[in-house]
Design a protein. Structure first.
Length: 439
């Protein structure tokens, strides 16, 4: 039997540790929990130690028995996705999409992206609870089963998004959604809600790839589906994404109007993480128009509602909102307001949290570093700014995000007044070699 990849083995051990933690919190012994789950105590012990695999049904029962709120089941699904990525890499090594699209990626990233090859034929290989291969296709017999499959697909793309970026992921997922649209058009009862959620995800990937026209169309589609399915959370989120897009394009008046409309769209029927995200979008828009008082008020509201996280069941597509995201958005707002000292502190906190909680989120790290470098440059700390930006440029080679490349190019342009500085010259050389002056 082939040796299990180190990443898979470590995730299995981490999942076992989480199970033990939730069991102890419930004040249950291994024997007591084993009886509840109809397992042998020895088997449960092996699972907690990461020595024995188990089925999705086991983790579903364990999650319910220990009131884990979906954490155990979510982590198991991530383990399965990563395991399948490695297996697909051994079987299907090679480029996906257009020729040369991922030629600059590391071997580790290549192993993950090889999993996406199936999407070009409207199916994605995954494992079910029995470890047998099945495919996420678009011909599910019921809307319920299609929704369940799309949840797995969405979870996988949320994970890969932070490692690979929209340049790579946009094409395969947009092709899948195009095929899904045909099914939904024929019978809206077959996965209309899932179609809306995936449309929002494709919109985000398009935005990250700087395909603004396509991003807007996908967000608009998600908004339409949200109204058709009476989902105020998705409607508010789609509007908030369009607001963020307007912020990126420095259309701050429009961004503010959209952010205000997004909050009103929820009609108070929003989860804590959704309200947190909407408040940060509003804060970014206020920062864009230079209204510090309203911006800081919206940030206070974001912190207040974030403290309620966990009290309601959250939709999967909002799972990216965590303490890292909140700290980063606070830093972005302070930076837009020119409050560089506070911006630096918030961004450094976001980077520290990222290292502790989610080191795989490479794209976020590059983005936060580029903002931090801008803070230091605004304070005329050129050497420190170049040092931070150099780390961002070096890391950027592992991902494909036109949006991040654009931010790094903006920093390079901002360095022009300091072109005689040695560190600035060295950074220009690094940027040219890693990214290119014409990017």
């Amino acid at each position: 039997m082939a040796r299990e990849p180190a990443e898979v083995a470590e995730r299995r051990r981490a999942l076992g540790r989480s199970l033990a933690t939730f069991r102890r919190a419930a004040q249950l012994t291994q024997a007591e929990l084993a009886r509840r789950l109809h397992y042998q105590r020895a088997s449960l012990s092996n699972i907690e130690n990461g020595h024995q695999p188990s089925t999705r049904q086991f983790w579903q029962r364990a999650d319910t028995a220990l009131a884990a709120g979906g954490v155990l089941l979510r982590d198991y699904d991530e383990l399965v996705a990563v395991k399948q990525a490695h297996q697909a890499a051994r079987t299907h090594r090679g480029p996906i999409g257009q020729q040369g699209q991922i030629g600059s990626l590391s071997d580790e990233s290549l192993e993950l992206t090889s999993l996406l090859a199936g999407l070009t034929t409207h199916r994605l290989p995954l494992f079910d609870s029995g470890e047998d291969v099945f495919h996420i296709g678009i011909s599910a017999s019921t809307g319920e089963s299609l929704n369940a499959k799309v949840d797995l697909l969405l979870q996988l793309f949320l994970y890969l998004d932070n490692e690979l970026g929209g340049n790579i992921l946009y094409l395969p997922l947009s092709r899948y959604v195009a095929r899904l649209a045909v099914t939904v058009e024929r019978d809206p009862g077959l996965g209309l809600a899932a179609f809306g959620q995936l449309s929002q995800m494709v919109g985000w990937l398009a935005l990250d790839a700087n395909r603004h026209g396509r991003a807007r169309r996908y967000f608009t589609t998600a908004l339409y589906v949200a109204h058709e399915t009476d989902d105020p959370r998705l409607a508010a989120s789609a509007l908030a994404y369009i607001s963020l897009q307007e912020t990126y394009r420095e259309r701050f008046g429009s961004a503010l109007s959209l952010a205000e409309t997004a909050l009103a769209t929820g009609n108070g029927n929003l989860t804590p993480l959704t309200r947190t995200m909407l408040s940060t979008r509003l804060a970014r828009a206020y920062a864009g128009v230079g209204n510090a008082t309203r911006c800081l008020g919206a940030l206070d509201q974001a912190h207040a509602v974030f403290s309620d996280a966990g009290s309601d069941q959250e939709p999967l597509w909002i799972s990216y909102v965590d303490r890292i995201e909140v700290a980063a958005q606070v830093g972005a707002c302070y930076l837009d307001l020119g409050m560089t000292t506070k911006a630096s502190a918030s961004l450094i906190r976001a980077l520290d949290l990222l290292q502790a909680d989610a080191p795989h989120r490479v794209r976020d790290r590059v983005h936060y570093l580029s903002r931090l470098a801008k803070c230091f440059l605004l304070d005329r700390e050129v050497e420190r700014a170049c040092e931070v930006a150099a780390e961002a440029v070096t890391l950027s080679g592992a991902i494909g995000s036109a949006r991040v490349t654009e931010r790094l190019k903006e920093f390079t342009d901002a360095l022009k007044p300091f072109e005689h500085n040695k560190m600035a010259q060295e950074f220009h050389e690094l940027f040219a070699s890693k990214i290119g002056e014409d990017s």
